[in-house]
Design a protein around this ligand. Structure first.
Ligand SMILES: *Cc1c(COP(=O)(O)O)cnc(C)c1O
Length: 394
């Protein structure tokens, strides 16, 4: 392995998981192959028995994909990575692998919209018990556990209200009840938050977002530390078949090299933009964990290396102001998703969280006038001029 555990995150993002290439290639090679030949029958047999390391078939593992898995595992402070064709494939594989009929699952109530949709509409058909709760409220977390609870799953900051949950406290509660604890770390990236340092067993990412960072790939990963848990999930992974393609892995590897630069640039812009929006007459409230009056400010400061690149805010003019803002930005891209180098703006009530029942949406704090911005890496003066112009039409 070409990286050192003691290296910083910027160094690991560039080098971790990439062994020296036999030809000295500086960029990782793409092993665009579905299958791998054996030297003889005995070797094939040993590989299938797991007695000899080596590749068999790309749905099981592939050298380019391994490089990406090792890279992200190193950044997160984990040991193993398992990549998937999308973030949702990772989430579904996790639920499929860890939960069975008659068991119970606790999920944050402000999670990625589709995460909630698949649990309520699909996993519910398999006699799986579940509760969606406010994981920022530790009393609620504690009291929701049942003897058959196997998994606590949350996002922090949560999508899209940026509510902060205390990772170390949630880990303690989950472990005391004999459950596993997974954090969807998509919003922060390992540059700003490494949940395993605070006790999480599993970290999940939609690598579509900050990790790839260029709005051109859909991909997911699950990172673990425990060998047994990894082996269990790996079997689920290759049997389920929602694996990555080697070329997709290569693109993400290329994106991750600049992860630290992009995340820090996006965060610096978000800090400026959040302060600016806070003082704007068309804005009722700004939700950004980096603002001192945010209820999650102290916890966020303790468990992260910064407040991140996502901002949400409430417009005084409600739904119609939200629509007017969307229609009047020129530089910001009106699109869902996040974590790319370009600034994206969206309206959760009509877009990402339209799958929620209206009462669940309000319960999760997603009001009609809520707008989310994923701050990109443009010059902040240009972003401020764009939003000011659009807000003047609200
Ligand atoms: C986008 C996203 C997902 C789903 O990932 P896909 O790659 O779109 O399948 C899950 N969690 C969070 C927080 C996300 O932002």
């Amino acid at each position: 392995m070409s990286h050192d555990d003691k290296h910083g995150l910027g160094t690991k993002a560039i080098h971790a998981g990439q062994p020296p290439d036999i030809h000295g290639a500086a960029a990782p090679p793409i092993y665009q192959t579905s299958t791998f030949s054996f030297e003889n029958a005995a070797q094939g047999a040993r590989r299938f028995l797991g007695e000899e390391p080596g590749y068999i078939y790309t749905r099981l593992s592939n050298p380019t994909i391994d490089m990406l898995e090792d890279n992200i595992a190193a950044l997160e402070g984990g040991k193993h990575g398992l990549t998937f064709s999308s973030g949702m494939a990772a989430t579904n594989a996790l639920i499929f692998g860890l939960l069975g009929a008659g068991e119970h699952f606790i999920c944050g109530d402000t999670v990625y919209g589709t995460t909630r949709t698949v649990v309520e509409n699909y996993w519910s058909r398999f006699d799986l018990g579940f509760d969606f709760i406010n994981t920022a409220d530790l009393d609620q977390v504690e009291s929701t556990f049942k003897p058959n609870t196997r998994l606590l799953f949350l996002e922090t900051p949560a999508n899209p209200t940026l509510r902060v949950s205390d990772i170390a406290a949630c880990a303690e509660i989950a472990h005391r009840h004999g459950a596993l604890f997974c954090v969807d770390n998509t919003f922060m990236s390992p540059i700003l938050q490494r949940p395993m340092e605070h006790g999480a067993d599993i970290v999940l990412h939609s690598m579509t977002k900050f990790i790839n960072g260029h709005s051109d790939v859909v991909a997911g990963i699950v990172v673990t530390r425990d060998q047994e848990l990894h082996d269990k999930l790996w079997k689920v992974h290759y049997n389920l078949g929602a694996n990555m393609d080697p070329h997709q892995a290569w693109l993400v590897l290329r994106g991750v090299k600049t992860l630290k630069l992009r995340v820090l640039a996006s965060q610096a812009n978000a800090i400026e933009l959040a302060k600016h929006l806070e003082g704007h007459s068309a804005v009722d409230k700004v939700f950004y964990p980096g603002l001192e009056d945010n209820p999650g400010y102290e916890v966020q400061k303790r468990q992260t290396d910064g407040p991140g690149g996502l901002i949400s805010f409430e417009l005084k003019g409600g739904y119609s102001a939200g629509q007017a803002l969307m229609d009047n930005v020129k530089l910001m891209t009106l699109a869902v998703s996040l974590g790319g180098v370009e600034t994206l703006i969206q309206h959760p009530a009509s877009m990402t969280h339209s799958g929620y029942a209206p009462e669940d949406r309000l319960e999760a704090g997603i009001t009609d006038g809520l707008v989310r911005i994923s701050t990109g890496c443009e010059d902040v003066e240009d972003l401020i001029a764009d939003i000011d112009h659009a807000l003047s039409k609200c």
